[in-house]
Design a binder for this molecule. Structure first.
Ligand SMILES: Cc1cc2nc3c(=O)[nH]c(=O)nc-3n(C[C@H](O)[C@H](O)[C@H](O)COP(=O)(O)O)c2cc1C
Length: 190
C-alpha cells in the first residue's frame, strides 16, 4: 500500500471493539518500531509511549471518567473503553530541558519541536494501525486526567501527557469526507 493510500484510509473511528484483527503482539511491535523510526529535532528522542491493554485499558477509561467527576457522560467514556487498547503519548520534559540548556539560542524551539515530533509519531501509528484494519481516534482529556493516569501507570513526573489514542476492531466506517478545493490551501509557484 502506498503512503497516500494508507493516509486516505486513516480516519477517526469512534465505533471500536476489543476484537483486534491481528495478534496484540504485532500491534505492540509495530508501535515500538514506529517510535524508533519517527524523527525528532536534534535526534532528541523526546516521545514516550504507554500502551494500555486488557484490564489496563478498562482501568484507564474508568479513571478518565472519575477524573471528570461526571462532567463527561458515561456513555461517551464507555465508547473509548470499548476499544481494545489506548496509546498514551507523552513528552519527556527532562529531555527537552537538557537540549534547551545545551543549545540556548534555540531554547524556545525545543518544546515546539517535541510537540511536532509527537504529532508525527501519532499520525504514523494512527495510519499504521489502519493498515492492519484497526481503527483509532485521538482524544485530549489531558491535563484533567494527568494525575489520575500518572498514579494508575506509575508515570514519571517529567512525562507530560499529550494525547490519548483508543484503538480497536472497526465496528462501523465513518461517513465519507467532502472533497475540498485544495488550491485554497496549496499554492504552486513555478
Ligand atoms: C491534533 C489533533 C487533535 C485532535 N483532537 C481531537 C479530540 O480531542 N477529540 C476528537 O474526538 N477528535 C480529535 N481530533 C480528530 C479530528 O477532529 C479529525 O481528525 C478531523 O475532524 C478529520 O477527520 P478524520 O480523522 O476522520 O479524517 C484531533 C485531530 C488532530 C489532528
Amino acid at each position: 500500500m502506498s503512503i497516500i493510500d494508507s493516509l486516505a484510509k486513516r480516519r477517526s473511528y469512534y465505533a471500536l471493539n476489543k476484537e483486534l484483527p491481528v495478534p496484540q503482539d504485532e500491534v505492540i511491535k509495530m508501535i515500538e518500531e514506529l517510535t524508533e523510526l519517527v524523527p525528532d529535532a536534534f535526534n532528541m528522542k523526546s516521545a514516550r509511549v504507554i500502551v494500555a491493554l486488557n484490564d489496563k485499558q478498562d482501568a484507564l477509561w474508568d479513571a478518565v471518567y472519575e477524573a471528570f467527576g461526571g462532567k463527561v457522560s458515561r456513555e461517551k467514556i464507555d465508547g473509548f473503553k470499548a476499544a481494545a487498547g489506548t496509546v498514551l503519548y507523552y513528552i519527556d520534559t527532562d529531555v527537552v530541558k537538557a537540549l534547551q540548556e545545551q543549545f540556548q539560542l534555540y531554547a524556545a524551539n525545543f518544546p515546539v519541536w517535541a510537540n511536532q515530533a509527537n504529532g508525527m509519531l501519532q499520525i504514523a501509528i494512527w495510519t499504521a494501525l489502519r493498515e492492519k484494519n484497526i481503527g483509532a481516534n485521538i482524544q485530549h482529556y489531558n491535563p484533567v486526567i494527568d494525575e489520575a493516569v500518572a498514579k494508575l501507570f506509575n508515570i514519571p513526573k517529567n512525562y507530560s501527557l499529550i494525547a490519548q489514542m483508543p484503538f480497536g476492531g472497526i465496528v462501523s466506517e465513518p461517513a465519507p469526507k467532502e472533497k475540498e478545493d485544495i488550491s485554497l490551501r496549496v499554492r504552486i509557484e513555478k
